[in-house]
Design a protein around this ligand. Structure first.
Ligand code: AMP
Ligand code: ZN
Length: 114
């Protein structure tokens, strides 16, 4: 059994400020937001990094993006726009090793990212 912060939020052992949930994904506000909207969308199944993805995760990965679309609509940011990001390992600045899709919005983004 992995000792994982986000699995603990899924299990309710650690509180999360949950904004959306279905059978396969959970979404909650980032504890340290970098924009007015900063939500993390995670699979309920523990997957450590993008490198651990397998064929069987195809449906779940699609669910993450459908959740992002739905949350964006609920938050009224669909038209103004938003950014979705997965970080992977050290160079990608991944710090929590349970994959999560960052949904970031509410200010003008810049490109390229730092
Ligand atoms: P990453 O650097 O891509 O692994 O992103 C991890 C994110 O998790 C960061 O944006 C953190 O602010 C966020 N985070 C860490 N702990 C918590 C927590 N307990 N609840 C919500 N978000 C968290
Ligand atoms: Zn986990």
């Amino acid at each position: 059994m992995v000792d994982c912060l986000f699995c603990k939020i899924i299990d309710g052992e650690i509180p999360g400020d949950i904004v959306y949930e279905n059978d396969s994904v959970l979404a909650f506000n980032d504890i340290n937001p970098i924009a007015p909207v900063h939500i993390l969308i995670i699979p309920k199944e523990h997957i450590a990094t993008l490198n651990d993805l397998e064929e069987k995760h195809t449906q779940t990965m699609g669910e993450l993006f459908l959740a992002a679309k739905k949350i964006a609509s609920d938050k009224g940011i669909s038209e103004s726009g938003y950014r979705v990001v997965f970080n992977c390992n050290q160079d990608g600045q991944q710090t929590v090793f349970h994959i999560h899709l960052h949904l970031i919005a509410g200010r003008q983004m810049t490109w390229p990212p730092g």
